[in-house]
Design a protein around this ligand. Sequence first.
Ligand SMILES: [Zn+2]
Length: 91
Amino acid sequence: MKTMTCKQMGGTCDHPITAATPDEMMALGMAHLESAHPEMAAQVKSMAHDDPMMVAWNETFQKTWAETPENPETPAAAETPEVAETPEIAA
Ligand SMILES: [Zn+2]
């Protein structure tokens, strides 16, 4: 999973969006636009997919996605320093 902000996707706020794939990120980004920035969403939807602006946006998005590091996994039990190993004394 990776997290990008609305701003990183060309938006205007710092709302974080987390997705597993670039396609999912685009879909979630669009959903965020529709709820938070409806006028921007309408503008994006009115553009053709091969519009130079959209092509440039897509290139930037793919680059940003590639440069965004994977989110760290939720810390495992390895964090807890519980090494209470009592050595068994063989009789
Ligand atoms: Zn936003």
